[in-house]
Design a protein around this ligand. Structure first.
Ligand code: AMP
Ligand code: ZN
Length: 114
């Protein structure tokens, strides 16, 4: 369930240290290295799923969104709002092939996205 070549697996196992915003046994939330908003956090499962499409258990996704709720509450952006994004595969603009949910906030988001 871990890919030693995968940068987010390396973060999940502690090989690459990050300052977690939130974590539990199954998920980790940490700040994006190249933030696109005043708040830009990534929520990842510690298990390796290359993309959204490899997640067969919908309860994993439900628990991930629960972690998003906990994370935005800790960050204090739960009331003002935020955006969640999952980029999937080539047309989705995915660059790191370990499932992650972007959590963006701290400013008003535009629509549609690029
Ligand atoms: P995506 O384009 O949806 O695959 O998003 C990948 C995100 O991972 C980008 O926003 C990157 O800035 C971010 N990222 C890549 N490497 C790291 C890292 N070592 N620590 C934190 N964020 C990272
Ligand atoms: Zn991985």
């Amino acid at each position: 369930m871990t890919d030693p070549q995968c940068v987010f697996c390396q973060i999940a196992t502690g090989q690459i240290p990050v300052d977690p915003v939130f974590q539990n046994e199954e998920f980790l939330a940490f700040r994006d290295i190249n933030p696109q908003a005043p708040v830009h956090v990534l929520v990842i499962p510690k298990a390796h799923y290359p993309t959204l499409m490899e997640v067969n258990d919908p309860q994993v996704l439900g628990r991930a969104l629960r972690v998003v709720q906990e994370t935005v509450t800790l960050l204090g952006i739960d009331r003002e709002g935020f955006r969640t994004v999952i980029n999937c595969r080539a047309n989705g603009g995915q660059t790191v092939f370990h499932l992650h949910i972007h959590v963006l906030g701290g400013r008003h988001m535009q629509w549609p996205p690029g």
